[in-house]
Design a protein around this ligand. Structure first.
Ligand code: IPE
Ligand code: IPE
Ligand code: MG
Length: 250
């Protein structure tokens, strides 16, 4: 029985976030340049997006390029940006076929004009799709996002339109780039690294974390379904006791 068949369709996470890691090592294992790993990672992006849409996931957020990734060699950064433009163009059909609406989070002002133009075009072209929303985190980092949110709040206080006593968690959430979507219930990281690398720090406060040794270019639908199956066998306690959650079981 495949993992897809074992999943309980009534207890799906609404939002899955993925740290797509391991492209460089995948290429190195094959004696190729890192860029080859990034190109091969596109298949995994397509598979993951399709797998989520097929099963009924509503939101998928993919960490594609971090603020810190700007510090990589220029050749790699340029190649990643070119790949982004090429992929958005080529995969628009996949997004349309699966009724996926594209969105982006991050400091998009840092992207070069050609990238931003292609990104905006794909966002516009897919804006009528309603099966699933897929966000690319580009030039994103959680510390950048939280700092920006803090600046916005400080500005409102300075203008006199916000009382500091009214600053609460809901207000903070509404100032983040993910304000329109629920927090991810499940966060997946590939490539056997056990860290968050500045991704969605506020939003993953109570996410279930799932780490797999699979390198991103090898990630396929069944890997995604395995992660969801694993998620469905966790007890999410949110600070309560197991007995509180299951009063009938002694
Ligand atoms: C993830 O793969 C893609 C990006 C961060 C852009 P890496 O490029 O980090 O691959 P490894 O971790 O070096 O193997
Ligand atoms: C995290 O991967 C960022 C993305 C997947 C886009 P990195 O490969 O940049 O993370 P570190 O440097 O190993 O923590
Ligand atoms: Mg990496």
């Amino acid at each position: 029985m495949s993992f897809k068949e074992k999943i309980d369709p009534k207890r799906l996470p609404k939002h899955i976030a993925v740290i797509m890691d391991g492209n460089g090592r995948w290429a190195k294992q094959r004696g190729k340049l890192r860029v080859f790993g990034h190109e091969s990672g596109v298949t995994a992006v397509r598979e993951t997006a399709e797998a989520c849409a097929e099963i009924g996931i509503k939101y998928l957020t993919l960490y594609a390029f971090s603020t810190e990734n700007w510090n990589r060699p220029k050749m790699e950064v340029d190649a990643l940006m070119n790949l982004l433009v090429k992929t958005l163009n080529k995969e628009t059909k996949t997004l349309m076929d699966n009724k996926i609406r594209l969105g982006a989070i991050g400091d998009l002002t840092q992207l070069d004009p050609q990238c931003r133009k292609q990104l905006q075009e794909t966002i516009d072209n897919t804006s009528g799709n309603d099966r699933m929303e897929m966000f690319l985190a580009l030039s994103y980092s959680a510390r950048w996002e939280i700092t920006e949110a803090t600046k916005k709040i400080a500005q409102l206080v300075k203008e006199g339109s916000l009382n500091p006593d009214d600053i609460n968690q809901d207000l903070m959430t509404s100032m983040l780039t993910t304000k329109s979507i629920p927090d991810p219930e499940l966060l997946i990281r590939t490539s056997g690294e056990y860290r968050i690398s500045n991704f969605l720090l506020w939003q993953i406060a109570y996410s279930e974390l799932y780490f797999t040794p699979v390198l991103w270019p090898d990630f396929r639908k069944e890997h995604l379904y395995e992660a969801i199956y694993d998620f469905q066998h966790r007890e999410r306690r949110f600070g309560k006791t197991s007995e509180q959650l299951n009063p009938c079981i002694k």
